[in-house]
Design a protein around this ligand. Structure first.
Ligand code: HEC
Length: 140
C-alpha cells in the first residue's frame, strides 16, 4: 500500500467533517434566528409598556396556590375564604389598591393577622397583587 492509496479515504473523511460543520452552522443559524426573534418580542413589550417580565406574565392563581391558599382556602386563623362572597364584600369596598397594600405589608384586622406577603418575603409586589386580584375575581 503506498501513501496515495489512502487519499480517497482522507478526502472522504474531510468531506464528512465539512458536511457536518455545515449542518452545525445551519443549526446555529436557526438558533440565532429564534433567539433574535425572542429579543425583538421583548423590545416590543417594552414599547407597549406591558407588565410582562422575562419570566412571563405573573400567574395570580399559581401565587395564590403556593402562598395564600393554606389560610384563605379554608379560612384558617380568620382569613377571608376564597370564593365566599360574604367574607369579601366589605373588604372589596376598600378597592383593590388597599387590599393589595394590606397583603404586601401585612396588617392586623378584627379577624386576625394577615402576614406581609402571606409570610413569603420572596414574592414581589406584582405577584402579591396578582394573587389578590385572583382572590377578588373569585367573588365578582
Ligand atoms: C397565615 C395565614 C395567611 C396567609 C398565608 C395569607 N393570609 Fe391573607 N389574611 C389572613 C387573615 C387572618 C386575614 C384577615 C385579617 C383581618 O381582617 O382580621 C387576611 C386578609 C387578607 C386580605 C384582605 C385584606 C383586607 O384589607 O381586608 C387579602 C387581600 C389577603 N389576605 C391576601 C393574601 C394573599 C395575596 C396571600 C398570599 C400571598 C395571603 N393573604 C396569605 C391570613 C393569611
Amino acid at each position: 500500500m503506498n501513501k496515495f492509496s489512502q487519499l480517497p479515504t482522507i478526502l472522504g473523511i474531510s468531506f464528512l467533517i465539512s458536511a457536518n460543520a455545515l449542518a452545525n452552522h445551519n443549526t446555529q443559524e436557526a438558533m440565532e434566528a429564534r433567539v433574535s426573534a425572542v429579543g425583538q418580542l421583548s423590545i416590543a413589550d417594552d414599547n407597549t409598556g406591558s407588565v410582562a417580565t422575562d419570566a412571563g406574565p405573573v400567574d395570580g392563581s399559581a401565587v395564590y396556590a403556593a402562598s395564600c391558599g393554606a389560610c384563605h382556602g379554608a379560612g384558617v386563623a380568620g382569613a377571608p375564604v376564597l370564593g365566599k362572597a360574604d367574607d369579601w364584600a366589605d373588604r372589596i369596598e376598600q378597592g383593590i389598591g388597599a387590599l393589595a397594600e394590606h397583603a404586601i405589608n401585612g396588617y392586623q384586622g378584627s379577624m386576625g393577622v394577615m402576614p406581609a406577603r402571606g409570610g413569603n418575603p420572596a414574592l414581589s409586589d406584582e405577584e402579591v397583587t396578582a394573587a389578590v386580584q385572583h382572590m377578588v375575581d373569585q367573588v365578582q
